[in-house]
Design a protein around this ligand. Structure first.
Ligand code: GLY
Length: 653
């Protein structure tokens, strides 16, 4: 048994190192067990300190990020004093150019001003947001400095030691099993980034990022880029030594190592589109890393189920930025038992929650033990407990709102509305996309298909034969967008142009065939309970009854039939079409629908972005209400205050 120090930190990434430094400076004896220091996400990163460019919305996360950014000047100065290593902290600001002008805030730079300040941008760029307080640091130098600093100050940094298990007894960690024997300490910290789940049941998973670096031409005379450029899923981070870091893909592919042709192509194409000169600059390096993501994209900080174990992981895209704040707040907690209110929002317990009913698996609330603990993701729009995820054909989603791409005024409105709605499934008309129909040009590029699940639909088809042909095209389309395993199809067979009502016979024929071909079939139907059951029996993944005709905004005109469909269904029932207002979306969810699909009511609203968000909230509220169980409707009033035990003034005795 290795009796270590006061504090044993598992993980030698930026969080483990920064916390070790802070604890050591406060007088603690600290050991770090680090499996492979080059695997750290901070080593793979570009070093942006970008709470504003990353668009982190107001709330605890933004507060934490801004606080951490404010610590950077002193923190890096202190590190440089200890180690003599220049960590390249550079408050250069971040420019975020956009191709389509949408919302214009205070820091908006018009095209002409922008081009004067930053020549060489793609001429199609419409302007840029300017974030003067965002900054950058040379992350590799920073990691090196942290390693030197902790060792200089007497931290026992053990490289090449993998922790295999955390031994616990009666709510306390008793020791760590490692590749070099067991280790003990007074207190333990889990800071293993994307690998945290291997040691403790907390929802952290890897999101791979592929990266590149090129050498900027002419940098000796003047750096062609003197500010970070932050574009659409790309960023360019210029270093003072002429190196330009290009980031990053965002791939949910587990721990699959290496750069891939697709990843590299995507990375370079986006960078060249933003700043065309990149195409001729010599390549220096390609690499990759794994961001530690959590379901709500917020870190997991603070106490754990074990008294003597602190959690410091899940920093996702912001580990470097959040290092000094994490170190300060957690050192306060561990060493001074001082807890900061900001930490409340990042506690692991947010993912654990008494389990509600799960309609899809047929369990009722009363069947469940009250205190069952399950994962929960309480972001603003998607507070979905994992027991209540929407599962369609084995794929899970935390949003129960599906949206479409048709009828928007422009791409920007579509993109922002979809984002505001929090939806994860977006249906796309295969025929319109193939034909590049008006409003569908550039659709493939406009949305982030790494985050959204495409639901190809067969709109425009009248017969089963057409549906089958278009469904196959849809599958190819999803593959081209990188969704290799996407076999979903929203089956629409609509012969009638006035009411756009689906043909039940053609639908059933097409569904049978497509199920045989391995599709996950989501048929759009009239609210016919018998047809719904037939479709379920042939193997459809959901049924999608309409509330009223497509685009009519009439709301749910067939409540009784939809209720019967829901009651009989063993598959998710998605109310599709006719919803005009959030109250109607909530109504569908209150009935027990597994999800709703809304397009026109969002796309054609006066403010589609606000309506997208309203629909997202309504779906969430409706689902919660469904679980909460509404009161029965009574014929007469019943007083809110109980009358039992009230003194009867007419008869005081
Ligand atoms: N912080 C940028 C990224 O994770 O790609």
């Amino acid at each position: 048994m290795n009796a270590a120090s006061d504090i044993l930190i598992i993980g030698g990434g930026i969080i483990g190192l920064s916390l070790a430094l802070e604890l050591r400076l406060r007088g603690a004896s600290v050991t770090i067990l680090s499996r492979e220091n080059k695997a750290a996400a901070a080593f793979a990163a570009a070093g942006m300190l970008a709470p504003q460019a990353e668009g982190i919305p107001p709330g605890a996360m933004r507060d934490l990020c801004l606080y951490s950014r404010s610590l950077y000047p002193d923190w890096t100065r202190k590190l440089e004093e200890i180690t003599g290593i220049d960590v390249g902290y550079w408050p250069c600001g971040i420019l975020a150019p956009v191709f389509e002008k949408t919302e214009v805030g205070e820091e908006w730079l018009e095209k002409t001003t922008l081009n004067l300040l930053q020549p060489g941008l793609n001429p199609e760029i419409a302007g840029a947001h300017w974030f003067p307080e965002d900054a950058q640091v040379d992350n590799r130098a920073l990691m090196q400095a942290l390693r030197v600093a902790v060792q200089d100050l007497g931290v026992n940094l053990r490289d090449g030691v993998a922790v295999q298990a955390i031994q616990q007894r009666q709510g306390k960690v008793t020791s760590l099993q490692t590749t070099v024997g067991d280790w003990q300490a007074e207190h333990y910290v889990l800071a293993t980034g994307a690998w945290a789940k291997d040691l403790l049941l907390i929802p952290v998973y890897p999101i791979k990022g592929q990266m590149a670096a090129v050498q900027m031409s002419g940098w000796q005379e003047e750096l062609p880029l003197q500010r970070v450029l932050f574009g659409d899923r790309t960023y360019l981070v210029p270093r003072r030594d002429g190196r330009l870091i290009i980031g990053a893909t965002s791939e949910n592919v587990g721990f699959t190592s290496q750069n891939t042709p697709l990843g590299v192509r995507d990375l370079l194409e986006r960078a060249i589109r933003l700043f065309p000169a990149v195409q001729n600059w010599p390549i220096q390096e390609f690499w990759w890393g794994f961001r530690p993501a959590t379901p709500d994209e917020l870190p997991i900080l603070g106490t754990s189920p074990c008294d003597n174990l602190t959690l410091a992981t899940g920093h996702y895209r912001n580990g470097i930025l959040l290092a000094p704040a994490t170190a300060t707040l957690l050192a306060d907690l561990i060493w001074q038992q001082k807890t900061h209110p900001l930490l409340d929002s990042f506690h692991y317990a947010r993912f654990f929650h008494p389990a509600p009913t799960n309609q899809e698996n047929g369990q009722k609330m009363s069947d469940r033990p009250n205190a069952t603990l399950v994962w929960q993701t309480p972001s603003e729009i998607q507070p979905t407990p994992a027991s209540d995820l929407l599962t369609i054909a084995g794929k899970t989603f935390h949003s129960r709102l599906m949206t479409g791409t048709g009828k928007y005024r422009d791409m920007a409105a579509m993109r922002q509305s979809i984002a505001a709605s929090g939806c994860q499934i977006v249906t796309v008309a295969v025929r319109r996309m193939q034909a590049n129909a008006p409003g569908h040009e550039g659709l493939a590029e406009a949305l982030d298909w790494t985050k959204l699940w495409m639901l190809p639909n067969t709109a425009g088809c009248q017969t089963a034969d057409e549906v089958i042909r278009v469904a196959r095209l849809g599958r190819e389309m999803a593959k081209l967008l990188g969704q290799e395993d996407n076999n979903f199809v929203k089956l629409e067979a609509i012969p009638d142009a006035k009411y756009l009502l689906p043909d039940p016979i053609e639908t059933l024929i097409a569904a049978e065939q497509l199920v045989k071909e391995g599709f996950a079939v989501l048929p759009y139907i009239n609210a016919d309970p018998v047809l719904a059951k037939r479709l379920e029996n042939v193997g459809c993944a959901t049924v999608m009854p309409l509330g009223s005709p497509i685009g009519s905004g009439q709301g749910i005109k067939n409540t009784a039939n939809i209720q019967i469909i829901i009651e009989n269904a063993g598959i998710p029932v998605v109310v599709d079409a006719g919803i005009g207002a959030p109250s109607e979306a909530a109504q569908a969810m209150e009935l027990g629908a597994a999800a709703v699909l809304i397009n026109t009511a969002i796309a054609q609203a006066e403010n589609p972005v606000a309506m997208g968000r309203a629909m997202g909230l309504a779906v969430e509220a409706g689902r919660l209400a469904y679980h909460a169980g509404r009161i029965p409707i009574k014929a007469y009033a019943s007083a809110s205050s109980p009358t039992l035990g009230v003194i009867n003034s007419a008869n005081p005795n």
